[in-house]
Design a protein around this ligand. Structure first.
Ligand SMILES: [Zn+2]
Length: 387
């Protein structure tokens, strides 16, 4: 049987930082060409839409899950949950159940998590990722994703389902590669990020997880090589991971101002930064003064936000961003009440934040940033000049 031409295997490994790879062997023989790649400021909720569209955050409109929008908040009917005793409402299981109920009630199909946001504040926020960004129309800015472009070009492809387990997605990719009918297989591996968060970057659990991924990816490539004349692998991540060395109780510092949450100021306490809005004049100065007492972080300048492509119209995701130093976890915060060993979302220029790109294609142009992956993958798949 004549072999079909080329399979483009795009492997997205969440959390595989350039520094995570340092000193480790991971597919060295299969993917010998490897480079650091610049990440975005923010979390996967910023990085992933950039990978899928090739656009900066200010263009695609995604940054973080929650932003201040009291009039538009879909959580207003859920306000009564704030009356639940904290001992009950803060249990992970209860929060997951409520997250699912909110999704079902509003018809959301995106990635939705309430994390540890106090229910008494929820009605002040709207949620950005209501739609699944992997489906048509999922990008807030309306741009087509890699998958929309492949569909428009009529190119057969397969793509992992982020709702399924990593093992299931790897098995599905191996099956599709072995059938020889797709031109592109997009494999998403979310497991490593979880292991890095839970155990830090240097733990044996990370080595074990990488070894399992390596074995299964080799099986996919072997199955593909039976069916395709050429298999071009492009393996990339969205961001790195930083070992947590310290925690910072920024919430307590801001609360000591005596200002009212929801009346004077509104804050979203992410894992590595706090974002503030100021509905009442005068509060901004007092919050900034309180923040100036915290030496393990800094207010991000407007120039930095612009350089990072995070200068959103109307300061949608925050009027003031206070970013902690690499390794300092904002805890307790709205993303979690207890410290964890690894986190990302620090200064994108810090070496530990940097993402990675690995390939077997010697002639592939080197992507300098996540913004380059969209065009790279489409060009590899033979889809004409993107955009
Ligand atoms: Zn993560």
């Amino acid at each position: 049987m004549r072999k079909p031409g080329r399979l483009v295997l795009a492997v997205f490994v969440d959390g595989l930082g350039w520094e995570v790879l340092r000193g480790r062997r991971f597919l060295d023989d299969l993917l010998p060409h490897r480079f650091p790649m610049a990440t975005m400021f923010g979390y996967s909720s910023t990085c992933d839409p950039t990978i899928l569209t090739g656009r900066l955050p200010r263009e695609h409109g995604h940054f973080s899950s929650f932003f201040y929008a009291p009039e538009a908040s879909p959580f207003r009917p859920w306000r009564a949950l704030g009356l639940l005793p904290a001992s009950f409402a803060d249990r992970g299981l209860v929060r997951r159940w409520i997250s699912r109920a909110v999704c079902a009630a509003h018809g959301y199909d995106g990635y939705f998590q309430l994390y540890a946001i106090p229910f008494r504040h929820l009605h002040l926020f709207d949620y950005a990722e209501k739609r699944d960004i992997y489906r048509p129309g999922g990008i807030l800015g309306g741009q087509p994703t890699v998958f929309d472009r492949l569909r428009a070009a009529g190119l057969p492809f397969s793509v992992s389902d982020w709702r399924r387990s990593e093992a299931e997605n790897l098995e599905e990719a191996r099956r599709r590669a072995g059938e020889g009918e797709v031109a592109l297989a997009w494999v998403f591996l979310g497991g490593l990020d979880g292991v890095l968060h839970a155990t830090g970057t240097r733990s044996p659990a990370v080595d074990r997880h990488l070894a399992t991924c390596e074995e299964r990816l080799r099986a996919i490539v072997a199955a593909a090589r039976d069916r395709y004349a050429e298999v071009r692998v492009h393996l990339f991540s969205d961001h790195g991971m930083t070992d947590v060395t310290d925690t910072c109780d920024l919430v307590a510092r801001v609360e000591r101002t005596g200002l009212g949450f929801g009346t004077d100021y509104v804050a979203m306490y992410d894992s590595t930064m706090a974002r503030f809005w100021f509905p009442r004049p005068g509060a901004r100065e007092r919050v900034l003064e309180a923040l100036s007492g915290e030496r393990r972080g800094r207010v991000v300048t407007e120039a930095e936000l612009a350089a990072w492509g995070c200068d959103f119209p109307g300061h949608r995701y925050g009027e003031v961003y206070f970013l902690l130093d690499p390794g300092v976890l904002l805890c307790p915060g709205f993303m979690g009440a207890r410290p964890i060993p690894g986190m990302h979302g620090f200064d994108p220029a810090d070496a530990r934040s940097v993402a990675a790109y690995l390939t077997n294609a010697e002639d592939s142009p080197r992507p300098g940033s996540l913004t380059d992956l969209h065009d790279l993958v489409l060009r590899e798949a033979g889809v004409g000049e993107p955009r």
